[in-house]
Design a protein around this ligand. Structure first.
Ligand SMILES: NC(=O)CC[C@H](N)C(=O)O
Length: 237
């Protein structure tokens, strides 16, 4: 009998219905990990079947959800995230959450992979988009700030995890003193560092959620983090 051949690569899908999927693809091409990263642009359930992990990009969460429904992907996506790692960025973070505030009329479909309640456009409209340096726990060279780009970004309103779920691990908070004048401070005395609205990156088990856009920078440390910290450990477990 032939000995089992160890797998040499890891297949990461990027949901490619709308939004910044091409930018994620470019970033993954520059990641160096122990395994080769193969990218699949996911538009059908058959594409999703090939993947070990998935990224849901930024864009417009209602449009992505609608196109996913039309493509017959909503149910396969909900099944996928029960066993495989998913990273949601911005609109993708909304889709990955379990509840949404400020949803569009008619409601908002979510996949419920991460136990947070999130508010769409929680920092304001397009003109209130902003960029700030972020400290992120666990990134390579973590003492070098990561450039956080927030475009009509969602805001974490509440952590809703139950005792039976993997714990939520906050890996980055925005310092409210850095928020643009049009937005900050978060509260009158601006003192509660545990205010959930300061959370901009978190993990729950194998899943990763960022409310900003790492794929719009030239810094691929978040893409590397997803592969090394979320995808490879899940594949090897
Ligand atoms: N940059 C983004 O992904 C914006 C997200 C958008 N506000 C939404 O609700 O989907």
């Amino acid at each position: 009998m032939q000995p089992a051949c160890p797998r040499q690569d890891v297949t990461v899908g990027i949901l490619a219905l709308q939004g910044a999927f091409a930018e994620h693809q470019v970033m993954f091409q520059k990641v160096s990990a122990k395994r080769k990263v193969v990218i699949v642009l996911v538009r059908t359930p058959e594409d999703l079947d090939k993947c070990d992990a998935l990224v849901i990009p930024g864009g417009e969460s209602t449009t992505i959800a609608l196109l996913a429904r039309l493509a017959g992907l909503l149910e396969p996506l909900a099944q996928f995230l029960k066993t495989k790692p998913v990273w949601g960025t911005c609109a993708g973070a909304i889709l990955l959450s379990s509840a949404v505030e400020n949803a569009k009329k008619g409601g908002q479909e979510v996949l419920g992979g991460v136990s947070v309640k999130i508010a769409r456009n929680g920092w304001g409209s397009q003109v209130e988009s902003f960029e700030v340096p972020l400290e992120v726990e666990g990134l390579r060279e973590s003492n070098r700030a990561f450039h956080g780009i927030f475009i009509r970004a969602p805001v974490v309103m509440d952590l809703t995890q139950s005792l039976t779920e993997p714990p939520i691990q906050v890996i980055s908070r925005i310092s409210s003193s850095l928020l643009p004048a049009s937005i900050g401070p978060l509260d009158e005395d601006d003192t509660d560092p545990r205010d959930p609205r300061t959370i901009v990156a978190l993990r729950q088990g194998k899943h990763l959620l960022t409310t900003f856009h790492p794929e719009l920078t030239k810094d691929n440390r978040f893409h590397e983090y997803f592969i090394v910290e979320c995808v490879l450990p899940t594949l090897l477990s």
